[in-house]
Ligand binder design. Structure first.
Ligand code: FDA
Length: 304
């Protein structure tokens, strides 16, 4: 219920404006978002690279409603790829298909993905399509398939263990050789498409992780759940997988302690670094993941 309410709030422009103008909200935003500008994102990325992490950068934004905004988002990612290459950062990009116009014009979105993939390939960088709500899952998986059909093998996507369809998508994209980021899923989804209980989502995660460890070339495990991290490490060791043949991924500002430990122990860690001004829905999803964050946010919003 809380997740459902928050998912409605995430799409409300009035709340976004209220949050943007409340100075008291800023400390919470700063915890999860590197800053408003590309330079802020690059600064955070440089600091993380210095301690041994790789990066995937997200110029925040989603569900654009006109082509100009989709073009502007693609432009922001072009600038990001150029600057990141200049700085020689070990960084890829994470981009939401609806930010590139998926819901407006699929061929246009596909062309933007192709352009970004070609530019990323020049810097040997990976493009991950973030997975959004279940109504765009099939379209997102198809974008990855189309990119591969056109030779852009550096394009992959996130898959959410919460969704019933995910085991099939995991097999489908593993057969293709596409990079998969396995996550639990940050969207409030209905029972006919998604597991509702945490224990079911976690069990599905572990099953998919085991499949990926057996079958995939380079799986990416996006979770801060220390039990899953431990299980993946154990399973990988049993299968004799080298530590550089898979990676953990975590979000900027979440479980920094676990991030440091993984790097210190010689595991690969990729940190997801969001930046930009359209941070509201991203931050609301982070609040939904942890009610303790939410209480703080609501207090700040109502007194701001
Ligand atoms: P879980 O929610 O069980 O959290 C485990 C522990 O991590 C918590 O006990 C807490 O300590 C800490 N934690 C987790 N979230 C926190 C938060 N917001 N604030 C503070 N502490 C927190 N989802 C999606 O639908 N599409 C996508 O494309 C992506 N992409 C993505 C990339 C990366 C790199 C990550 C790490 C995650 C995503 N996600 C995502 C989000 C993902 O689906 C999921 O919602 C969150 O990662 C939370 O789930 P955990 O696996 O961390 O477990």
């Amino acid at each position: 219920m809380l997740r459902w309410l928050l998912s409605r709030a995430a799409g409300d422009p009035r709340l976004a404006e209220l949050a943007a103008t409340s100075p008291l909200v800023r400390p919470l935003v700063d915890r999860f978002v590197a800053g408003d500008t590309l330079e802020d994102g690059l600064r955070a990325a440089t600091e993380l690279a210095a301690v041994g992490a790789t990066l995937t950068l997200d110029h925040v934004g989603e569900y654009v409603t006109d082509e100009q905004d989709a073009d502007a988002a693609a432009g922001a990612y072009r600038d990001l790829l150029a600057r990141s290459a200049e700085e020689q950062l070990p960084a890829g990009i994470s981009v939401k298909p609806t930010q590139l116009g998926l819901l407006l014009d699929r061929p246009g979105c596909k062309a933007r993905v192709a352009d970004l993939a070609a530019r990323a390939a020049e810097a040997d960088a990976h493009v991950t399509l973030d997975m959004e709500d279940h109504t765009v899952t099939e379209a997102t998986v198809r974008l990855v398939e189309q990119a591969h059909a056109d030779g852009a093998t550096n394009v992959g996507c996130a898959l959410q263990s919460a969704l019933h369809r995910t085991p099939e998508d995991v097999r489908r994209l593993t057969r293709l050789g596409a990079g998969i980021r396995l996550c639990k899923g940050a969207y409030a989804e209905p029972a006919h498409v998604a597991w509702q209980r945490r224990v079911e989502v976690d069990r599905a995660y572990l099953e998919a992780a085991r499949y990926l460890l057996r079958e995939a070339t380079y799986p990416r495990f996006a979770t801060h759940d220390h039990r899953l991290v431990a299980a993946i490490k154990r399973e990988a060791a049993v299968l004799g997988r080298a530590r550089d043949s898979y990676e953990f991924q975590m979000l900027y500002g979440v479980r920094d302690d676990l991030q440091r430990t993984l790097v210190g122990d010689g595991y690969r860690l990729c940190v997801y670094v969001p930046y930009g001004t359209e941070w509201f829905p991203y931050v609301v999803r982070r609040l939904a993941e942890r009610p303790a964050n939410l209480a703080f946010f609501l207090r700040a919003l109502t007194s701001g």
